[in-house]
Design a binder for this molecule. Structure first.
Ligand code: ATP
Length: 222
């Protein structure tokens, strides 16, 4: 069985928080690959601050080029209209030519907004989720987080979720499991990089050198 992680986001720009988290998820869940999927027209973000889709794609390509287990898909950029994860998951499901297990990789902050995504309940019936912890959330420790997620799943997705400590995931009778995985706490965000760049400051060591150079040379986020 091939295992593939689908990692969507705005990636405006991609940074070490994305890359290290994806790497740790890949190792923990023995994924054959993690596919980074930049969104075309992010439904939840301010379009004015979002770099051109081609530039965001290019920056991810540069960031993952040295890691064989990572890939990039432009599927959402080729589709017209806003990017919806449900369409992307269906796309990858239709592509399968051999037994493949698809996982959706999502940060904790993004996951808590999932009830605003198109056909979100359907997503839970289609694929397992891997929810990555992220610094800066109001929950103080992982115990609080697990409780918050428990309440959230049962209230917003479907009643009947319970936590299985044996499998370290939330299980449900009909939906796929939702795993919560503690990744290294890297307080790095695309917002931080855009802010630094906007002030003329360096974003070095927050994102790969090639990406930082690309941002400078293209005059992005100024
Ligand atoms: P912005 O600051 O513009 O909101 P971002 O840094 O959150 O951007 P996104 O492209 O929105 O980056 O994130 C894509 C996915 O990666 C989301 O699911 C998000 O939760 C996750 N993510 C981003 N940064 C981190 C990080 N430092 N640690 C763990 N997960 C992260």
């Amino acid at each position: 069985m091939i295992k593939t992680g689908l990692f969507g986001g705005t990636f405006n720009p991609v940074h070490f928080g994305h890359l290290r988290s994806a790497y740790e998820v890949q190792a923990k869940f023995s994924l054959d690959s993690v596919c980074f999927i930049p969104a075309a027209i992010p439904p939840h973000k301010q379009p004015s601050s979002v770099a051109d889709a081609k530039d965001r794609l290019e920056m991810i390509r540069m960031a993952v080029s040295d890691h064989p287990g990572f890939s990039v898909s432009d599927v959402e950029l080729k589709r017209s209209g806003p990017s919806y994860t449900i369409d992307t998951v269906r796309h990858f499901m239709a592509l399968r030519t051999e037994p493949t297990l698809l996982y959706l990789i999502v940060g904790f902050d993004a996951f808590l907004e999932i009830n605003t995504w198109k056909s979100f309940k359907e997503l839970f019936r289609l694929v397992p989720f891997i929810v990555m912890t992220r610094p800066g959330l109001s929950c103080r420790d992982s115990g609080d987080k697990l409780k918050a997620l428990d309440d959230f799943l049962n209230a917003e997705i479907s009643g009947g979720y319970s936590y299985s400590s044996q499998d370290s995931c939330y299980i449900h009778e009909t939906n796929h499991p939702v795993y919560v995985f503690e990744v290294s706490r890297l307080d790095i965000s695309s917002t931080k990089i855009r802010e630094l760049t906007g002030k003329g400051e360096s974003a070095c060591f927050l994102t790969p050198e090639k990406v930082e150079f690309f941002i400078k040379s293209r005059g992005l986020y100024r």
